[in-house]
Design a protein around this ligand. Structure first.
Ligand code: GDP
Ligand code: IMO
Ligand code: MG
Length: 428
């Protein structure tokens, strides 16, 4: 069982670390292949809570080799802060590998992220403000700075000059900000070079060698399917490919290496930032999900928008990613509800639509068609076997599974690492 990909199947924050934990000690490598420190993973182990942004949550598994591959955008200061914080708590981070081809988030990318959002006014995306979009834009425009550029000062200076040339016009003349000097950027980046050097390697080569040697490599996606720049609710998306295909381009392994794709779904839906969200709730049910599920962003602290489970989105994710197993998290949050609505299709301009509409405008005003399922009141956080769940909870999972396009192989019943009910072996 060589390469396994974990991706978010909704709009992020599904609890992707839950599946990583389930694979546990059998993983040899864990790879972050997309995004940057816009991600926020909260992992609870015993009475310890860890918040990770740039590092994959698999870094908390003993003995695993963590990798940041070419598809990631790296804020180097954040990287070192996160490594130090983990180190101080006794997590071994010494084996981290960083791709020489990964792009760097600089001061001007963060600034541009914030000013362009402000400029958009009511049309803003609600980004995390971490410079993600502008860094990927530079990559595509071929004016990005890569990790390997830190080790050649001349090249670095030329590249920063080329990047700033145009940006300073924009910053000064359009956004009324001060110009950023080449020296300040180059100096800042060079200050990290020697510390970074031992971690930097050809991660694609190392990962391919590991797979050849029969090692288990886990690719942990940041963000989620509906935030993917190609397949999500564009323009209300992030700027990378957070779907399963991104694991291949974002790391340099062939797509035929991937044997399992694990999609993480919450038992309901959340979203941070702007954009369409058909099942969004604005009443006390929405507040119930937010407070009981503690739905506040790990990165920005923003309250997450909340809504019922959306089966067309699950089916869409199953298709786009080639999901082989779903892991459903946070079933425990639904405990106490009298009945639980599930969106089975939409109505668009009076017509029933069974799949995610092809047109974004249609998706914006899609009205969910719900089916209601009876709830349960028993505390399920201690349950570890499917048959021990209340009958209505079992029925909810089975009904949702039947319309979600793939089997649900495990179910999260609490925030802790051990709070999970396994139905099918994720490695089998
Ligand atoms: P990620 O972005 O997908 O890594 O997810 P986040 O960490 O942003 O958000 C998921 C949150 O849900 C975290 O606070 C987890 O501790 C929590 N969580 C994960 N699984 C469960 C579960 O089964 N039940 C409950 N109550 N909380 C969970
Ligand atoms: P994890 O990995 C939820 C959202 C932002 C915004 C949009 C673009 O924790 O699931 P960006 O800063 O990426 O340019 O913002 O994407 N977003 C996330 N929402 N979870 C995340 O990551 C997110 N990363 C970005 O809120 O709407
Ligand atoms: Mg998150």
């Amino acid at each position: 069982m060589p390469a396994i990909v974990i991706i978010g199947a909704q709009w992020g924050d599904e609890g992707k670390g839950k599946a990583t934990d389930l694979l546990g000690s059998r993983i040899d490598y864990v790879v972050k292949f997309n995004g940057g420190n816009n991600a926020g993973h909260t992992v609870v182990i015993g009475n310890q809570k860890y918040a990770l942004h740039l590092l994959p949550s698999g870094i908390l598994t003993d003995g695993v080799i963590p990798v940041i591959s070419n598809g990631v955008v790296i804020d180097i200061e954040v990287l070192f802060d996160e490594l130090e914080a983990l180190n101080a708590r006794g997590v071994d981070v010494s084996k981290l590998r960083v791709s020489a081809n990964a792009h760097i988030i600089t001061h001007y990318h963060r600034t541009l992220d914030k000013v362009t959002e402000r400029f958009l006014g009511k049309k803003q995306i609600g980004t995390t403000g971490r410079g993600i979009g502008p860094t990927y834009a530079d990559k595509i425009n071929r004016v990005g700075i890569r990790i390997q550029d830190l080790f050649d000062e001349n090249i670095l200076r030329q590249k920063v000059e080329a990047a700033l040339d145009q940006k300073n016009h924009l910053l000064v003349k359009v956004y009324n900000r001060r110009a950023i000097t080449v020296d300040e950027i180059v100096e800042n980046l060079l200050s990290y070079a020697e510390r970074l050097r031992p971690m930097v390697t050809d991660t694609a080569l190392e990962l391919n060698n590991a797979l050849d040697a029969g090692k288990i490599v886990l690719f942990e996606g940041g963000q989620a399917t509906m935030l993917d720049v190609d397949h999500g609710t564009y323009p209300f998306v992030t700027s990378s490919n957070s779907t399963a295909g991104g694991a291949s381009t974002g790391s340099g392994i062939g797509p035929n290496r991937i044997e399992r794709v694990i999609g993480i779904v919450k038992a309901y839906t959340t979203r941070v930032g702007a954009g369409p969200f058909p099942t969004e709730l604005f009443d006390e049910s929405g507040e119930f999900l937010r407070s009981k599920g503690f739905e506040f962003g790990t990165t920005t602290g923003r309250p997450r928008r909340t809504g019922w489970y959306d089966a067309p989105i699950a089916r869409y994710s199953a298709r786009i990613n080639g999901v082989t197993d779903f892991v459903m998290t946070k079933l425990d949050v639904l405990t106490g509800l009298e009945s639980i609505p599930v969106c089975v299709a939409y109505e668009v301009d009076g017509v029933r639509v069974d799949e995610v509409p092809v047109s974004q405008s249609d998706f914006h005003h899609a009205v969910p068609i719900y089916e209601d399922f009876p709830g349960w009141t028993e505390d399920i956080t201690g349950v570890r076997a499917f048959e021990d769940l209340p009958v209505n909870a079992q029925a909810y999972v089975l009904a949702v599974e039947a319309i979600s396009g793939c089997r649900i192989s495990a179910i999260g019943v609490g925030p802790g690492r051990e709070a999970i009910v396994v139905r099918h072996n994720l490695l089998g």
